[in-house]
Design a protein around this ligand. Structure first.
Ligand SMILES: CCCCCCCCCCCCCCCC(=O)SCCNC(=O)CCNC(=O)[C@H](O)C(C)(C)COP(=O)(O)OP(=O)(O)OC[C@H]1O[C@@H](n2cnc3c(N)ncnc32)[C@H](O)[C@@H]1OP(=O)(O)O
Ligand SMILES: NC(=O)C1=CN([C@@H]2O[C@H](COP(=O)(O)OP(=O)(O)OC[C@H]3O[C@@H](n4cnc5c(N)ncnc54)[C@H](OP(=O)(O)O)[C@@H]3O)[C@@H](O)[C@H]2O)C=CC1
Length: 515
């Protein structure tokens, strides 16, 4: 019997961010491995015209939960959605719901956050810091709480090169900052943001670091652990390989490469793609929850969940594996043939952005205009370039994260738990993982049917022919307007042609001689 699975049996568990990428996988694994858990309270806000119940039923009816439903048939009874908006006072939770949570909750997993890199500081602070503060306050009043697990990111201290399993202080006290933004004007906050975040690339990493400080300062008697994953990618094995449902992290750029939008990307040749599969992160999280509750460490333990030091994969290798997969199983309706390369300096990046990205988009928009349709490609290209500029910081740097706590935890698991809650990234085969990742993007994110692959391949062949035709026409135009008008260019041309002719004659003569 798995010790970890047994630990969650009979427990009342509160999850924030359960409708998000990691929250869903966390909930699925809990329901599948501990179907005898008492209840999972999930804090949800209504969204896109859907009520809480509609959102939850839609989520539970997605393919991710199919296996869990077989194992736990009364799955809907185990989930108790609670209205909450984390940006509201008291997290927007009603008195009755709060009462229930305070009386019954045994375990908290705090996943909710804004993960956008371009969020204004005020909003990022509201979700990643103030909501954490409020949740800690709520947790401190819970009668039966055993453990509080806080999700941070391995990049919360990305201003450092080597990152230890400790909480690093930020230069401004979170409380002082929270007080200040209450009365400061948005325009002033925007002005001081670059000074506050110092050498971090965005408000996300900065507010996640502040969030950790708040956890440390307001921990009181709570039994807390922090998980710091790096870039969370599609599932590796569970509940099936390749599950992914959002455009975050590398996903958007993988699609852009598969659809033929992305043709070049600046990536330092040795920069490591520190991607970790979502199921691996969740396995670690559940193991940490069990360990922290049972062993009650004296201080807050931080667990890095990264791949670079134990099983590194470079961005360039990952990129080529992505292209190889889309060669075998192309995405439908590609704009151009998938064929991306990596550049290393700003000049070549600028050049290829102009030639390979903007020029084809502008030409295609011209064609759309000619055929009476609305141009849209340049807008899409600009959006992709904006995304690349936001991710550039992470694609062109590498970090070292120490992993003593994660290794310590691994050594404390029983053989059965090491298999059921495997978080040893050394077991990951990158080739196989990347292939499943791309196929998962095709099937679960883009909802493309695998039966459409032959048609997609035909489309790519057509694009290849258009490409050859375009190059030939371009060559003829260059010949007509430049070479044919200059005597010197003509001489060079005749020289090249006669050289080719001589070579061919020599080759033919020597092969006849051999026979
Ligand atoms: C050759 C290959 C190489 C590959 C090589 C890759 C290298 C890749 C390095 C990554 C490195 C990351 C390092 C992260 C470190 C952390 O782990 S942080 C946690 C993860 N967080 C993130 O990744 C967030 C990053 N993204 C962002 O902040 C924002 O997307 C950006 C980059 C600012 C762009 O914002 P934006 O232009 O406003 O676009 P966005 O809001 O994302 O959505 C665009 C459209 O897609 C739609 N959309 C969004 N999600 C969906 C969906 N699931 N389905 C359908 N439509 C959707 C939106 O509705 C929107 O449509 P409209 O409403 O405009 O019509
Ligand atoms: N994904 C990654 O690569 C990484 C993620 N992390 C961390 O892991 C955690 C989970 O990330 P991930 O699942 O990817 O993020 P998602 O963006 O997929 O999910 C965020 C969740 O937070 C909820 N949320 C956001 N705003 C509010 C609000 N105002 N009120 C209530 N709920 C809200 C969202 O709800 P709704 O559905 O209503 O929007 C959603 O459930 C985060 O703490 C993140 O910082 C760390 C490292 C990497």
């Amino acid at each position: 019997m798995s010790v970890i699975a047994a630990f969650y049996g009979g427990k009342s568990i509160l999850i924030t961010g359960a409708t998000g990428f990691m929250g869903k996988v966390l909930m699925e694994k809990l329901l599948r491995t501990s179907p005898d858990l008492k209840v999972i309270y999930i804090l949800v806000r209504p969204k896109a015209g859907q009520s809480l119940q509609q959102r939850v039923s839609q989520m539970m009816n997605c393919k991710l939960f199919e296996k869990a439903k077989e194992i736990c048939p009364n799955i809907f009874e185990k989930i108790r959605p609670i209205y909450s908006d984390l940006t509201k006072p008291d997290l927007g939770i009603s008195k009755e719901d709060l009462e229930e949570l305070l009386t019954h909750t045994n375990i908290i997993f705090h996943c909710a956050a804004t993960v956008r890199f371009d969020d204004p500081l005020r909003h990022a602070l509201q979700l990643n810091v103030i909501a954490t503060q409020q949740l800690l306050f709520m947790a401190s009043q819970m009668l039966k709480l055993e453990v509080f697990i806080h999700f941070s990111t391995a990049y919360s201290n990305c201003n450092l090169k080597h990152i230890d399993e400790v909480i690093y202080p930020c230069s401004v006290e979170p409380k002082k900052l929270i007080d200040s933004v209450e009365w400061l004007d948005d325009s002033i906050i925007e002005e001081i943001t670059p000074k506050l975040i110092e050498n971090r690339p965005n408000t996300y990493t900065y507010t996640k670091a502040l969030g950790e400080m708040v956890v440390y300062q307001e921990r009181g008697n709570l039994n807390i652990a922090i998980i710091r994953p790096s870039i969370v990618g599609a599932s590796w094995q569970e509940p099936f390989p390749g599950w992914v449902d959002n455009l975050n992290g590398p996903n958007g750029l993988i699609i852009a490469a598969g659809k033929g939008f992305l043709h070049s990307l600046k990536a330092t040749p040795k920069a490591v793609a520190d991607v970790v599969p979502v199921d691996l992160v969740i396995n670690l999280t559940l193991a940490v929850g069990w360990h922290t509750a049972v062993h009650r460490p004296k201080s807050i333990l931080i667990y890095h969940c990264t791949s670079g030091s134990l099983n590194p994969c470079l961005w360039t290798d990952l990129g080529f594996q992505v292209l190889a997969t889309f060669e075998k199983a192309p995405l439908e309706k590609a704009f151009r043939r998938p064929n991306a390369d990596f550049t290393t300096n700003n000049f070549s990046t600028y050049l290829w952005n102009t030639i390979s990205h903007m020029a084809p988009a502008v030409m295609y928009d011209f064609y759309l205009r000619l055929t009476g349709r609305k141009p849209r490609m340049a807008k899409l290209m600009n959006r992709m370039l904006k995304t690349i500029s936001m991710l550039d910081y992470f694609i062109n740097r590498s970090w070292e994260w120490s992993s003593r706590n994660t290794e310590m935890l691994m050594s404390q698991l029983s053989n059965e738990d090491q298999k059921l809650f495997d978080f040893d990234v050394r077991h990951l085969n990158w080739l196989e993982y990347t292939e499943n990742y791309c196929l998962g993007i095709k099937k679960y994110l883009l909802k493309e049917d695998m039966a459409g692959i032959p048609a997609a391949k035909r489309h790519l062949r057509m694009l290849r022919n258009i490409h050859y035709l375009f190059n030939t026409v371009l060559f003829l135009i260059i010949w007509r307007f430049f070479i044919a008008r200059s005597q010197m260019a003509r001489n060079v041309w005749y020289f090249v042609v006669s050289l080719c002719y001589k070579f061919l004659s020599y080759f033919r003569a020597s092969s006849t001689f051999r026979h």
